[in-house]
Design a protein around this ligand. Structure first.
Ligand SMILES: *[C@@H]1O[C@H](CO)[C@@H](O)[C@H](O)[C@H]1NC(C)=O
Ligand SMILES: *[C@@H]1O[C@H](CO)[C@@H](O)[C@H](O)[C@H]1NC(C)=O
Ligand SMILES: *[C@@H]1O[C@H](CO)[C@@H](O)[C@H](O)[C@H]1NC(C)=O
Ligand SMILES: *[C@@H]1O[C@H](CO)[C@@H](O)[C@H](O)[C@H]1NC(C)=O
Ligand SMILES: *[C@@H]1O[C@H](CO)[C@@H](O)[C@H](O)[C@H]1NC(C)=O
Length: 314
């Protein structure tokens, strides 16, 4: 500066031009620094913390700058930090109480925002913007969320028309998991779905089971980002096939017919007993007349043949 003060005219033209170039950006709000972030997506595990770092190039101090991490719009933001303070008022509600500023090395222009309890909706792109006066620069960075779901459950389903199936279910995965069956795998169907609330993936997969050599099988669901998988094993019960199924059904039918027959026999026997009793009562009445009317009355309504009206005592 002292040299410029001593006489700009005496300076080489190229230097004047250089100074002009250096001042131009400031005049039109363009910064003489760059903001950089990680080139690769930052991997974050569901429910854990994630850190989104950004830094200046050249590594000048960022102490006097406003640092802002945001999604689509600069405001409201994910996190804003200025003059040593967090500006909560400008924060998106979904990040309230879930972020903190990390001073990695502010003197060298390096800082991060930490997101706590990462959810599936945190997945995607972010921007960090460093601002000093009218000069500002931003970088784009990516958060890749990954989560392992519940241990799969296997259920064996017997159907009338389509034989025996094994169904494997699991939920709470992010992103969409991969599913593999081992053992018996014939025509199958796999359905993936996303929870409207949590954006996490659920899976239901079915395979047809065949009566054959293999008597155990497994269903494995994995998250390739984390190289983690969860497996459920299952064994086939006693040998089954369409033939033995039919035999079982016939046996069940025979048993129920037998049971029905026994009940019918019982009913007929009891009914016959009643009839005989009624007949005997009638006989007694005819031979003994009305001598024992009190005791007869008790058994009368049940024993009385239908075509006779019960006699009443006057
Ligand atoms: C910051 O930059 C200076 C040179 O400008 C260099 O000597 C120093 O090692 C850098 N510091 C870091 C942390 O990169
Ligand atoms: C954040 O935390 C404060 C106190 O811990 C609480 O009063 C406030 O309701 C919380 N905000 C949200 C959005 O959870
Ligand atoms: C998650 O974010 C990454 C980038 O951060 C993106 O490539 C990916 O498509 C996103 N996943 C979903 C399911 O939106
Ligand atoms: C389902 O069957 C197809 C062939 O029909 C096969 O390519 C695929 O791997 C099977 N999927 C599972 C999960 O077993
Ligand atoms: C999903 O959200 C709806 C309403 O927002 C709620 O009724 C339901 O219980 C929630 N389900 C789960 C699994 O949290």
């Amino acid at each position: 500066m002292a040299r410029i003060g001593s006489g700009a005219a005496s300076l080489p033209r190229s230097l004047v031009f250089l100074v002009f170039l250096k001042l131009l950006p400031l005049a039109i709000g363009k910064a003489d620094f760059q903001v950089l972030g990680p080139q690769q997506p930052v991997l974050a595990v569901l429910g854990k913390d994630a850190e989104l770092p950004c830094w200046l190039s050249p590594n000048i101090s960022a102490h006097l700058m406003e640092l802002r991490w945001f999604r689509e719009q600069p405001s409201p933001a994910v996190h804003v930090h200025h003059a040593g303070q967090d500006k909560i008022g400008e924060q998106m509600p979904e990040y309230h109480n879930r972020t903190s500023f990390v001073d990695l090395d502010m003197a060298q222009g390096k800082a991060a925002v930490r997101i706590h309890r990462v959810t599936a909706s945190d997945n995607g792109s972010y921007h960090c913007l460093f601002k000093e006066g009218r000069a500002q620069e931003a970088a784009t960075l990516w958060l890749q969320v990954a989560g392992v779901g519940s241990k799969p459950r296997i259920q064996v389903i017997h159907t009338q028309d389509r034989g025996v199936w094994a169904e494997c279910t699991s939920d709470g995965w992010y992103p969409q998991p991969e599913i593999k069956w081992k053992g018996q795998t014939l025509p199958n169907e796999t359905k993936f779905s996303v929870s409207a609330n949590t954006s996490l993936w659920a899976v239901v997969s079915r395979v047809a089971l065949q009566d054959g050599a293999v008597d155990s099988f497994s269903c494995s669901i994995s998250n390739t980002l984390l190289s983690e998988e969860k497996v459920a094993n299952s064994h086939l019960p006693a040998p089954f096939s369409r033939g033995s199924q039919l035999r079982k059904q016939r046996l069940a039918l025979a048993f129920s017919l037998l049971a029905m027959g026994l009940i019918m026999a019982g009913v007929i026997y009891l009914f016959g007993n009643c009839q005989r009793k009624a007949y005997r009562t009638q006989l007694t009445e005819e031979t003994e007349g009305g001598r024992d009317e009190q005791s007869q009355q008790a058994s009368m309504p049940r024993a009385m043949p239908l075509h006779e009206t019960p006699r009443r005592t006057q």
